[in-house]
Design a protein around this ligand. Structure first.
Ligand code: GAP
Length: 517
């Protein structure tokens, strides 16, 4: 399936099956803001649980907090967001569309990379088993030419970004003949800086002094509480503080569904370490976070690291974990070495000491910080986009189509569907008894309307890993049919064995154990 088609299908499937709705849809929606429906809210909750347990519950030296969205405005001066949380924007005069100038260049670079990938793919088909990728890439004239284009572009781009040279960024767009995807023209405006923070007023007097910001990252709520948590929790370095919460950014380009939203949710963890030990912890968290992702089984080849072209104002090292979304490889999580920048800045702006007394070294210092930062919504999108499958299946001698979401069972919104074959003959009563037992442990859905085939299809479409069918044989031998979503295999299972079986296969803890084994 073409990637654009896949994205469109995921968007409409999400809406049709209660995962994601456009916000305030009856008023034609609000750009880049979405609501999670009944199945979306469950999946999101499970993703957050997978993260929270892996970070907080399973690390003795990490604790979680829940800070307010509103913070003292000085926070954002100290953190550098008022001065430097900008994106370079550019407009196309013909289409009147606005773009992030850096994203236009990155997408152009990705297109050249795709040309290389195509050449490699063609050669691989031609030479078969004897194909030597490294040798081909090093010697093929066309590939060498494309690689040179990428290298030259990169060198200029990284320099321009680091120097915040907006004229040069525009010139790169012009020199590379990058056109507006809508109008197809190169009629570009100047590049301007645009601050992404939303502001609002607090209190009843509307003057400048009352302006506050909606937090653009959750991290600052952790930094300002660093000493509160360290002291009350008697935490010893190295230790971490984790948080899940909403963040807000007035994104210039808000496309691609829930990938780039104006209101979104982050799961962030700040890990406080001794100065000088930050790089070893950076490597630790880089590896650990990738393991967490791969552990879900969405496909190891769908992830890659990408070092930042331009470091944020607070970082001395930064890497993204990218996922192969329907739009190509894009960031799902960032791991940043934030030095002592934030704590030192808060110390300076607040006049309060942000130091830790290290009993082993017998001295005080401002700790260094490694941050892991992942968007819940982007994580949601990795799960949905890898789970969505259209399949041709044979059922009752007929070929049918089904859409199935192969969501990892521990994350699935509904774990078990309970389906009496018919409403009569006492089957509904048995089904309800099973439901009344299971519902204390997992989210279940009871359905007795429509043919069993239709009910299976509906459960496949929301990713329910197990369907339990109660039929006439149940009356005789107290067994039910257990149907597995992915293989569609059905087996007879004793009612008394059902709960243990289902819980074992959907248990989040079994998934988590694999990370730490
Ligand atoms: N505290 C560091 C920080 O906020 P970031 O790379 O700007 O770093 C971290 O954001 C993560 O938050 C990203 O990897 C992404 O998953 C998510 N994120 C950022 N902006 C987003 C947006 N507009 N919509 C959805 N998710 C977003």
């Amino acid at each position: 399936m073409a990637n654009e088609d896949l994205l469109k299908k995921i968007i409409s499937h999400s809406k049709e099956y209660g995962f994601i709705f456009p916000s305030s849809e009856i008023y034609d929606g609000l750009s880049a803001v979405y609501d999670y429906g009944q199945n979306g809210a469950e999946l999101k909750k499970n993703i957050k649980e997978y993260w929270w347990k892996s970070m907080v519950q399973l690390h003795e030296n990490i604790v979680g907090i829940d800070a307010a969205i509103f913070m003292h405005p000085k926070t954002w001066e100290a953190s550098g967001h008022v001065g430097a949380f900008n994106d370079p924007l550019i407009d196309n005069r013909d289409s009147k569309k606005r773009y992030r100038a850096d994203v236009l260049i990155e997408e152009h670079r990705e297109k050249i990379q795709q040309k290389i990938d195509k050449e490699v793919e063609k050669a691989q088909k031609k030479f078969g088993e004897s194909f030597d990728r490294l040798q081909f890439v090093a010697t093929n004239d066309r590939v060498i030419g494309y690689q040179q284009q990428i290298d030259t572009l990169n060198e200029r781009f990284v320099k321009a970004l680091n120097e915040t040279n907006l004229e040069e960024i525009r010139q790169i767009i012009i020199d590379n003949e990058i056109v507006c995807p809508v109008s197809g023209t190169k009629n570009w405006t100047e590049v301007r800086q645009f601050n992404l923070m939303f502001d609002t007023k607090i209190g009843s007097v509307s003057d400048e002094a009352n302006i506050i910001y909606l937090r653009p990252e959750t991290a600052q709520g952790i930094f300002v509480n660093f000493l509160n948590v360290q002291k009350t929790g008697r935490m010893k370095i190295p230790f971490g503080i984790a948080q899940i919460g909403k963040a807000f950014r007035n994104e210039i380009v808000a496309r691609q569904f829930i990938f780039r939203m104006r209101e979104f949710e982050q799961m962030e963890m700040q890990f406080f370490v001794r100065p000088g030990e930050e790089m070893q912890w950076y490597e630790y968290w880089k590896a650990m976070r990738l393991k967490w992702h791969k552990n879900l089984g969405l496909g190891d080849d769908k992830y890659r690291y990408h070092n930042h072209d331009k470091l944020a104002h607070y970082a001395n090292a930064a890497v993204d974990i990218e996922f192969d979304f329907p739009m190509g490889f894009k960031e799902v999580e960032g791991i940043h070495s934030r030095t002592d920048f934030d704590l030192s800045q808060h110390q300076k702006f607040s006049g309060k000491k942000m130091q830790y007394f290290d009993p082993e070294l017998n001295k005080s210092y401002v700790p260094y910080v490694i941050e892991t930062s992942i968007g819940v919504d982007r994580m949601f999108m990795t799960v949905l986009s890898s789970a969505y499958k259209e399949e041709k299946i044979e059922e009752d001698g007929r070929t049918e189509e089904r859409v199935v979401l192969n969501i990892p069972p521990a994350l699935a919104p509904v774990k078990v569907a309970i389906l009496p074959l018919v409403k009569k003959d006492g089957l509904s009563e048995i089904a309800k008894e099973i439901m009344d037992d299971l519902k204390f442990h997992v989210i279940c859905q009871y359905e007795e309307k429509d043919s069993i085939g239709k009910r299976y299809r509906r459960q496949d479409a929301i990713g329910t890993p197990f369907c339990v069918t109660i039929d006439h044989q149940t009356l005789e031998d107290k067994t039910v049919t257990l149907r597995y979503r992915d293989t569609m295999i059905q087996e007879r299972v004793k009612i008394e064995a059902l709960k243990a079986l289902v819980l074992e296969k959907t248990d989040m803890n079994n998934l988590l154990k694999k990370i730490f084994s």
